[in-house]
Design a protein around this ligand. Sequence first.
Ligand SMILES: NC(=O)c1ccc[n+]([C@@H]2O[C@H](COP(=O)([O-])OP(=O)(O)OC[C@H]3O[C@@H](n4cnc5c(N)ncnc54)[C@H](OP(=O)(O)O)[C@@H]3O)[C@@H](O)[C@H]2O)c1
Length: 284
Amino acid sequence: MVILDGKKVSESILYEISLRIQELKGEGKRLPRLDMILVGNDYGSIKYVEMKRKTVRQVGMLGEVHHLDESIETEGLLDLTESLNNNPEVDGYMIQLPLPSHINKHTVLESIDPKKDIDGLSPSNLGKLFQKDRTGIPPATPVGIIKLLEEYNIKLLGRRVVILGASSIIGKPLAAMMLEKSATVTICNSNTLNTQDIARTADILVSATGKPELIKGSFLKLGCVVVDVGSNKHSETGKLVGDVDWESIQGIPSHITPVPGGVGPMTIASLILNLMHCYENRNR
Ligand SMILES: NC(=O)c1ccc[n+]([C@@H]2O[C@H](COP(=O)([O-])OP(=O)(O)OC[C@H]3O[C@@H](n4cnc5c(N)ncnc54)[C@H](OP(=O)(O)O)[C@@H]3O)[C@@H](O)[C@H]2O)c1
């Protein structure tokens, strides 16, 4: 069973970016800046933003975290996105999801300048993705997954992919990107009947449900590739776990992403890559 080492692959992407930043510093140029908006005190969200901030610093970029109180209203958040849209020092920014339920997520995502939307989640960028318009910014997690598969020479053309999870940040955009690479894609949601039987038809199974230990050996075809996007806190140990029940899948897949160290670091590397593209486009 080959481990798809997202940590290692992401480190090499980030190393290349850090060399580019060194060049910019040497030339006395303005450095790329990535800002992050965090609302409230959700444990997972704080951890994700900390990891992103650490990576931004490691590669030598600038960045600021705007940590807002849980009670902020939609209008308050719109004021901040407007000011980041208009700030020439900011090349790109992201809003850590989920947002508290009283905030209108769609209005907020729509307010992000598409050229600064490094998560690729604004309607304009998602629309471009579905229209195969390459001028948009693609969502970071699906980009990271595709890059990781490519790095290990796992082909999509003609392969059968099953994605468990239909969210706008993972399942749907990933399906569009994999379709574009000529895979045959099925997306399942929580109401899908016979999910296990459908999963067992997959050459490549992607699980993005947020349900720890959902994926048992009985979900897998022998020799398939498993991409575990889940990022869950284990109810007893408090450790980070994915959707896969590792004990029961031993010896079945040919390749699998670990949690931690698989899709998570690839998502962060893709965010930073998206930011570099925004920076280079603005300075062209
Ligand atoms: N590693 C990373 O970089 C990264 C990045 C982002 C998110 N994540 C993780 O990925 C997971 C999903 O995130 P999300 O934001 O997409 O969550 P989400 O918005 O809650 O979506 C979860 C999706 O899974 C579906 N689902 C739930 N149970 C299912 C089941 N038994 N079989 C098939 N589908 C099922 C849901 O179906 P319905 O549509 O019917 O509700 C929904 O479409 C979470 O663990 C999150 O923390 C990881």
